[in-house]
Design a protein around this ligand. Structure first.
Ligand code: GAP
Length: 518
């Protein structure tokens, strides 16, 4: 019998195991216990909306970002990347419209002075979607429903817009030196657009990607990594010639992929979301081809790394909810423990940003069309924009299982995402010959993979520790290993053990990583 790697058996293993759904707070406390994510500056009482990756978490997050970069940038001929600056002068954010439009509506309690996000209060108390409602409209709902302060039950004051950007000074504190921490990575792609286009030999359709920090002074950060004040984004601005809007050259690749679509009309008419192929959706004019392509390819990336497709749906923004720059936006939503929420936005930003930067900087950001011999300003037909933290939550929730037989959590992370690819244990730590051989194997494997060495506690405890952080393989060196050169290889998902030659370990780990590929 050929031994199937654990990853491929996962579907079966998970469907028969005792799965348990956990809340977002339970996930936060699990992540803290396992060194994945810590509340930031906790020794000083913590800071709402800020989280720090611990030793296992930083590996997981780096693997996630590398997988995204490989899939969306390095494996494609139509994509290039940049890494831009985080603090930018006011001019950039005036041009983008963020100084004027990037607001949430704040409402304060007249008694305890607690500040609330007005749309969230109304959403919770009235049970309606509040995207795009103005301060006046939210005020009306608050009065009509007599919504009170959530903290003390006191009267609420007037709803007022609150700009989410963190302000700073670049140099001394004079008004002309005002700057902002970027609230999205996107604008630094636009400010670099001409330089990239002139030096990279890319022609539309092509995309520019960036991974980096973004900052938003959220009124009410909540739900662990879901809504933070400091977070990372993985963004793509995908540029086309305006005449390419209706033709996506990659469309056939995804035409048969099925998506769950929740259109603007479905939402307005209280209909259920509909499942259909991308081709059907485009034929029915529910989706433009480019949007169909990007929604499908992004879903494929998530699923290829172990996310459960049944937890995803694509929701179209209703008109009033569209950002100031967007013509059409679809969110890929994920069924979080607190309901379906935005995981990733995919907006059609048209030429809004490039035109704004042309106007405000006075620089020519157009390209030359060899065919028509005319200049044109490219359009961003799709802007896939994803938070690293939200993506991590998806993989954490879909990997999490409490195994009652083992009496410990097993994180069924895709081997490519797992912080460590294998853990190496000598059977006993007080037997030098076992420890020496285990360290030799560790030294050898670490040349090619991120691996972990552990000699403390019983083998059962060591297995459990690795299950909990998702290490797909454990390798134990026992007395027989010293004689015959075989070691025990244990699979995280099935707990099956096999004896393999130490010389075959590298190819076993390789296989485990590669076979995880779909
Ligand atoms: N450039 C477009 C843009 O920034 P967005 O919908 O505001 O659009 C894109 O943000 C993505 O960034 C979201 O879908 C989410 O994954 C992530 N994101 C946004 N705000 C966040 C926050 N406060 N905390 C964590 N992630 C956030």
């Amino acid at each position: 019998m050929t031994t199937q790697p654990g990853w491929q058996r996962l579907k079966y293993a998970r469907s028969t195991a005792n799965t348990m759904t956990i809340t977002i707070d339970e996930m936060a406390s699990f992540c803290k216990r396992k060194g994945l994510v810590f509340p930031s500056v906790e020794i000083y009482g913590g800071m709402a909306g800020s989280w720090d990756y611990g030793p296992a978490g930083v590996e997981l997050a780096n693997n996630l970002k590398q997988s995204w970069w490989k899939f969306f940038v390095q494996d494609r001929q139509d994509m290039v990347g940049i890494d831009g600056s985080i603090v930018n002068p006011r001019a950039v954010w005036e041009a983008s419209g963020h100084t004027q439009n990037f607001d949430d509506i704040l409402v304060g309690c007249t008694q305890c002075k607690e500040k609330h996000r007005a749309d969230h209060l109304v959403e919770d108390e009235v049970g309606i979607r509040t995207d795009g409602l103005t301060a006046k409209e939210l005020d009306k709902h608050i009065k009509k429903k007599n919504i009170r302060c959530k903290k003390c039950g006191g009267d609420l004051g007037q709803c007022t817009p609150f700009n989410l950007m963190f302000e700073t000074y670049i140099g001394d504190k004079t008004p002309e030196n005002q700057g902002f921490l970027r609230p999205e990575t996107a604008q630094i792609i636009f400010t670099n657009f001409k330089g990239v286009a002139d030096t990279s030999r890319v022609k539309p359709p092509f995309g520019i990607a960036q991974i980096g920090k973004a900052f938003r002074n959220e009124i009410a950060p909540r739900n662990f990594l879901f809504r933070c004040r400091e977070f990372e984004q993985m963004e793509i601005e995908y540029f086309i010639h305006p005449k390419q809007e209706a033709e996506c050259p990659f469309f056939d690749e995804v035409a048969k992929d099925k998506l769950v679509l929740f259109t603007e009309d479905d939402q307005k008419n209280d209909n259920e979301a509909q499942t259909m192929t991308v081709k059907e959706a485009v034929t029915k004019k529910l989706l433009m081809p480019w949007h169909g392509y990007w929604l499908a390819i992004i879903t494929r990336w998530f699923v290829s790394l172990g996310a459960k497709k049944e937890n995803f749906r694509c929701r179209q923004h209703i008109k009033t909810e569209l950002s100031h720059y967007a013509k059409d936006t679809w969110d890929i939503e994920y069924k979080f423990p607190f309901g379906y929420k935005e995981l990733q936005g995919v907006a059609n930003r048209q030429d809004f940003d490039l035109q704004q930067h042309i106007k405000h900087s006075g620089k020519d950001l157009s390209l030359f069309d060899e065919e028509s011999k005319e200049k044109f300003v490219p359009h961003v037909v799709c802007e896939p924009s994803l938070g690293v933290g939200r993506a991590l939550l998806v993989f954490l929730f879909d990997a999490y299982e409490f195994d009652h037989k083992r009496e410990n959590v097993v994180m069924h992370l895709h081997p490519k995402l797992a912080p460590y690819k294998a853990a190496i244990f000598p059977l006993l730590k007080n037997r030098k010959e076992l420890v020496d051989r285990a360290k030799e194997i560790y030294e050898d494997l670490k040349q090619d993979f991120h691996v972990f060495y552990d000699e403390s506690g019983s083998i059962g405890k060591r297995y459990a520790r690795q299950d909990e952080i998702g290490t797909p393989l454990c390798i134990t060196i026992d007395f027989d290993s010293l004689e015959g050169g075989d070691v025990t290889l244990r699979d995280r998902d099935t707990t099956k053990q096999e004896r393999v030659k130490a010389s075959a370990l590298k190819s076993k780990v390789e296989q485990c990583l590669r076979r995880g590929n779909k």
